[in-house]
Design a protein around this ligand. Structure first.
Ligand code: HXC
Length: 520
């Protein structure tokens, strides 16, 4: 063997050893926990043979607590770039088989390197987390490493899409990196996120709680909203990330990928002409409306199990990528509350940052009343959604299907929040409030002046009919130019697509400022 051949053989061996991370035993232990290794995850995530690894030979520099004795190549994280569906992406995957994936200073340097390159190259970043947190033996160096990553998450925000997959532990301050990214996916039963674990909770509050109950995927996808997706297993999780990726542009200078479709733009949906129940207190399913108007009935929902009174997600219309925001009359009558406002505001801001036009479907009876909501700052949280729509400069097309009452009408992408094209169905009720509420406020004295209950009911019914005739329709708004047109429901698909086509070259600015001060 020549010297060169010998050196190449050593390189091949060293690479093979590095690929084993913490070694076969730890890989086995990982599999026994129903978890894949970092490399197996990347293999599923990226196009075949597209992965280019960086920093495979990076080693930690710690000399405390016996760490000087072992220097595994790669040090607990696999980083690099590859493609998904042929589109470039930068990735990192924490390797639990090396010191429990705990974050050393060198590991953070590897992660920061791919994040810096992603911003320079204008490509998204996907981070797969599976880590015991700050590497205890490195002390403050590990904490500094987290700080460096967080700063990059912040600087990359709104420049390239960032996606976090949580595939194992993610605890302590480590949770803040996913929280700073655009989308977070968790895997049920094998991943958790919390600031302090069950033992600390028990000692501080006396509360008995398991990791899953405290910060499992189901909890974060339904109660806190920290996770946008909860996957049944890792394979499903990776597939979901890939699907999500397919809707996102590469960076804030590009538009979302277009998708060919054989679904005709001119397709009418007769079913929409009879979807609104005669009884205004009856519900219908907004998912049916969305399916009728988007290409191929294909809708990719974000935050499906959180604040289900509002629906957000991606679709294509006439081949163009759009973000859909829609009240869901089937859940709490589609009312806006704290969580629905937070959920939709964050989605609207993502779409605006990444040039994804917004299609808003409105059927909202108002904001949820009550002390719980007021004490939880529904005012400020509702203002988030108002703010998000008002500052958004992407094309905004809105269709009011039925109720659009009071402040909720204004918040849901109305004309005055720089809505571009606002349509309403003939069943729309764009008004300050519903007829019952209005009659109660305006005529309670007149009603109470009557002692005969039948007479009282007659006054109520007459005044209600008068109010409905005058206000509970779209024509007041149409007469004043607050909406562009009253459209037949069956034509919604092509009317919205035409509007989006017209708005393709839209240019709109916000006044120059350092940054805004949205109501956090
Ligand atoms: C160094 C760690 C580690 C850590 C785990 N390991 N966490 N090494 N620093 N933070 C090592 C273990 O010693 C073990 O090494 C290997 O990883 C696997 O860990 P196990 O405990 O055997 O695995 P498991 O039973 O699955 O438990 C996983 C775990 C547990 C729940 C994550 O390891 C754990 O509680 N770790 C500590 C978590 C923690 O408190 N981290 C600090 C959070 S504070 P060997 O060699 O024995 O296999 C924080 C601050 C961030 O992160 C601040 C940012 C601003």
């Amino acid at each position: 063997m020549s010297i060169q051949e010998d050196k190449i053989a050593k390189l091949v061996d060293r690479r093979a050893a590095a690929r084993l991370g913490g070694g076969p035993k730890r890989i086995e232990a990982q599999h026994a926990k129903n978890k894949l290794t970092a490399r197996e995850r990347l293999e599923l995530l990226l196009d075949k043979d597209s992965f280019e690894e960086f920093d495979m030979f990076v080693q930690h520099r710690c000399t405390n607590f016996g760490m000087e004795a072992t220097h595994p190549d790669g040090d607990g994280v696999v980083t690099g770039h590859g493609t998904i569906g042929g589109r470039p992406v930068f990735v990192y995957a924490q390797d639990f088989t090396v010191s429990g994936g705990s974050l050393s200073k060198t590991m953070s340097e590897k992660i920061c390197k791919v994040m810096d390159m992603a911003v320079r190259a204008g490509a998204p970043v996907i981070g797969l987390n599976d880590s015991g947190g700050a590497r205890i033996q490195e002390g403050i160096d590990a904490l500094a490493g987290y700080g460096e990553i967080f700063e990059r998450n912040i600087l990359a925000s709104g420049v390239v899409p960032q996606i976090s997959g949580i595939f194992g532990p993610c605890a302590g301050g480590a949770v803040y990196s996913p929280a700073l990214t655009d989308f977070t996916l968790m895997v049920k039963n094998t991943s958790y996120m919390f600031l302090t674990g069950p033992a600390v909770v028990k000692s501080v509050t006396g509360e008995d709680v398991t990791s899953e109950e405290l910060g499992g995927a189901a909890v974060h996808a339904t109660k806190s909203g920290v996770a946008d997706f909860a996957a049944e297993n890792e394979q499903e999780g990776i597939e979901t990330i890939k699907k999500l990726f397919s809707y996102l542009p590469q960076n804030n200078m590009e538009t979302a990928p277009e998708r060919e479709t054989s679904d005709p733009v001119s397709r009418v949906s007769d079913v929409l002409n009879s979807i609104i129940p005669d009884n205004p207190n009856k519900s219908y399913d907004m998912y049916d409306v969305i399916a009728e108007i988007v290409d191929d009935r294909d809708f990719f929902e974000i935050h499906r199990d959180f604040a289900r009174n509002i629906i957000v997600g991606f679709a294509h219309m006439g081949g163009r990528g759009v973000g859909i925001v829609a009240n869901q009359p089937k859940m709490l009558a589609g009312v806006l509350d704290i969580n629905a406002s937070r959920k939709a505001a964050r989605f609207v801001r993502f779409c605006d940052a990444f040039n994804i036009p917004l299609v808003t479907l409105v059927d909202v009876p108002g904001f949820l009343p009550g002390t719980q909501q007021e004490y939880g700052a529904v005012i400020q949280n509702g203002a988030k959604l108002l703010y998000a729509y008002g500052e958004a400069t992407v094309p905004k097309v809105t269709v009011t299907l039925r109720k659009a009452y009071g402040g909720a009408h204004i918040v849901m992408s109305c004309k005055q929040l720089r809505g571009d094209v606002n349509y309403a169905w003939p069943t729309a009720q764009i008004a300050v409030m519903g007829a019952d509420g209005a009659v109660n406020v305006l005529y309670s004295k007149a009603v109470n002046a009557e002692t005969d209950p039948a007479k009282q009911e007659q006054i109520r019914a007459e005044k209600k009919a008068e109010y409905e005739e005058l206000f509970n329709n779209p024509y007041q708004a149409a007469q004043k130019g607050y909406i562009e047109d009253v459209i037949e429901p069956r034509n919604t698909r092509f009317r919205v697509i035409r509007a989006l086509c017209t708005l393709e070259g839209k240019r709109q600015d916000v006044p120059a400022k350092k940054h805004d001060n949205l109501p956090l």
